[in-house]
Design a protein around this ligand. Structure first.
Ligand SMILES: Cc1cc2nc3c(=O)[nH]c(=O)nc-3n(C[C@H](O)[C@H](O)[C@H](O)COP(=O)(O)OP(=O)(O)OC[C@H]3O[C@@H](n4cnc5c(N)ncnc54)[C@H](O)[C@@H]3O)c2cc1C
Length: 497
């Protein structure tokens, strides 16, 4: 049976019609309990509650759904105009697999794909449908950098193996998209870090120099009339450009990888949340409302949307709600003006208006929503439009309209590196990608798959950690959303930023 046929045959989840970075300082800043131990050793149980944390469960109004990044995925501009992908069937049987992947975002779908390529029997269960989480909601920047050289000091070999892998696979999103029928959805269009003065550009270049020295990152400098030609704006005088950066439709890349995994034999299920995990000898049985998968190894890829099935995964990160929006396809005069070469745009020293011009000639803009009205699409669009008018004054006379506005959740850590966890033998977590998952989640999925397939998790190019609860989970939200972003917006409105 074809993948599509299999998907339709068992598709008894809710009907999904084809309806359709932020980096607040990605570099600067972005940088449950319902589960109670059941009697049996190694089992956690939800006590019959729906498999989401209490606060998510309580979200009902539009405002609450936007606040928690839970608004339906059909609201994300990345599902348009192509539409929401066809649903995968609900798991309604008891199956066995070598590895069970829980959660199908960029991380889980890459992991499943690379495990299937290695010949393992893989099952994937997703609580909603692939790409429903941050991977269907993000800002679309492919940032080909590493954030923090210091983290590698804690790696067994000083990070050598990981850096080698990064050097080799830093174009992974484009390669995967090209290989799996989504070439147009991930494009190495370049990444321009623009500055209004030479000092900001020089400071940034100095910070990135260690990557350039190690052959991890290609850097070019541009400025003057060449920069005006590239951006269409006279606001910036200098830029540090990353030729290997670019853009991705993360929803479509996630779904392309999931479909490719299924073609290789992976069993993929949607609307099938893990609600309980029990030890079964040396294996684990994960139950969903209507079925189960028993596997030697289970990898949770639930990122900032954890359920409390493994309680540790719900408390070891700082959640932060972010938003993105897309304009409608630009009018012809704006197409000729704004980023004609489609490089992804980021501002130095603080980026509160990261911008992508996608293949449909829409602008994707992103930031952090206000605390008071995270659902207010009009206000957030107006804010971005004011910045567009500042950077491209000619746009004041152009018709630039909002097409879609949505929110999602980012998972931050104290350290600038994703977490690979092993809370119990056979149970893993691959998660917490901050606003940096478009490259790192597929890459980490690929590398973890290699270790699991060879049964050599001891030889992974990054450390495996124990998930430790952070002491104050609301910390980043308070610092970034309540303090820094409002201050930056005020500074921008006053013309000092
Ligand atoms: C607004 C916004 C802008 C961003 N901008 C960028 C950017 O420009 N560039 C960049 O690189 N990164 C960006 N990011 C971050 C990026 O989106 C994430 O790092 C990345 O998508 C993480 O992928 P993931 O697979 O780990 O998690 P997710 O995509 O969140 O997937 C987790 C999945 O797990 C599922 N799940 C949870 N619990 C269960 C369960 N019990 N059973 C089964 N399934 C379960 C969820 O339904 C979800 O689909 C942004 C994020 C947001 C929100």
């Amino acid at each position: 049976m074809s993948t599509q046929a299999a998907r339709r045959k068992g598709a008894d989840g809710p009907g999904m019609e084809g309806t359709g970075t932020m980096r607040i300082g990605r570099r600067t800043l972005l940088a449950g309990t319902a589960a109670v131990a059941a009697g049996a050793a190694g089992a956690w149980w939800w006590g019959g509650e729906p498999p989401v944390p209490k606060a998510d469960r309580a979200a009902r109004t539009e405002g609450q759904l936007f606040e928690r990044g839970l608004i339906g995925i059909e609201r994300s501009g990345w599902t348009r105009p192509e539409g929401v992908a066809a649903p995968w069937p609900v798991l309604a049987a008891d199956l066995a697999a070598d590895v069970l992947v829980v959660g199908a975002g960029l991380a889980g779908s890459s992991l499943a794909l690379h495990l299937a390529e290695a010949g393992l029997k893989v099952a994937v269960i997703e609580a909603r449908q692939p790409g429903w989480g941050a991977s269907g909601r993000n800002a679309g920047h492919v940032l080909p950098t590493l954030r923090d050289a210091a983290v590698f000091e804690r790696f067994p070999d000083g990070g050598k193996a990981f850096l080698d892998a990064f050097r080799k696979h830093r174009n992974l999103p484009y390669d995967l998209a090209a290989r799996h029928g989504a070439a147009q959805d991930a494009v190495r269009s370049g990444y321009l870090n623009v500055a209004e003065n030479a000092e900001a550009a020089a400071e940034f270049r100095a910070k990135s120099a260690w990557m350039e020295r190690q052959g991890l990152l290609r850097i070019e400098e541009t400025g003057g009339e060449e920069l005006v030609r590239q951006t269409g704006s006279r606001l910036w005088t200098h830029a540090i450009s990353f030729p290997d950066g670019g853009q991705v439709n993360p929803y479509r890349l996630t779904n392309a990888m999931t479909a490719a995994a299924a073609r290789l034999g992976a069993l993929v299920f949607g609307e099938s949340p893990a609600i309980r995990i029990d030890q079964a000898g040396s294996r684990w049985t994960v139950r969903t409302p209507r079925g189960s998968v028993t596997a030697e190894r289970v990898v949770f890829c639930t990122n900032a949307y954890p359920t409390d099935v493994v309680p540790e995964f719900a408390t070891a990160f700082y959640p932060l709600t972010a938003y993105a929006l897309t304009t409608r396809t630009l009018p012809d005069e704006a197409k000729a003006l704004i980023m004609p070469g489609r490089q992804t745009l980021s501002q130095l020293p603080l980026d509160i208006n990261p911008l992508v011009r996608d293949r449909h000639d829409r602008l994707i803009l992103s930031s952090i929503p206000t605390v008071s009205s995270p659902e207010d699409a009009v206000w957030h669009f107006r804010n971005q439009l004011a910045w567009l008018h500042h950077a491209w004054p000619e746009t004041k006379a152009m018709k630039i309209e909002l097409e879609a506005y949505w929110t999602g959740r980012v998972a931050m850590r104290d350290r600038e590196f994703p977490g690979v966890f092993q809370p119990r033998a056979g149970i893993y977590g691959l998660m917490y990608f901050n606003a940096w998952g478009n490259l790192m989640a597929p890459l980490m999925g690929k590398l973890l798959a290699r270790g699991l397939a060879a049964d050599r998790t001891d030889a992974l190019p990054f450390p495996i950690e124990k998930p430790l609860a952070v002491s104050n989970q609301g910390k980043m939200d308070r610092i970034i959303r309540h303090l820094l972003i409002p201050a930056a917006r005020t500074a921008q409105n006053l013309g000092v930023l």
